[in-house]
Design a protein. Sequence first.
Length: 74
Amino acid sequence: MATAVERPSTGSNGNASQESRRQAALDRAVRERQKQALKLQRENILSQRTSNPARRSALEAALAEIEAQLNALG
């Protein structure tokens, strides 16, 4: 005959709170990775030198877009 083993309940709030903390940590990590990738892209653009006006314009537009994304991430 099988018997049920009762486990002490931590309550649903404990699990929900732990899960929300875990999710918040994951969200922060994703944001930090996005920021790091954008900063690397910015460094790459800033390191490029060109005398071609069309290319320079494209680089400036890309730089402005990256800066806007960085500002949006905080």
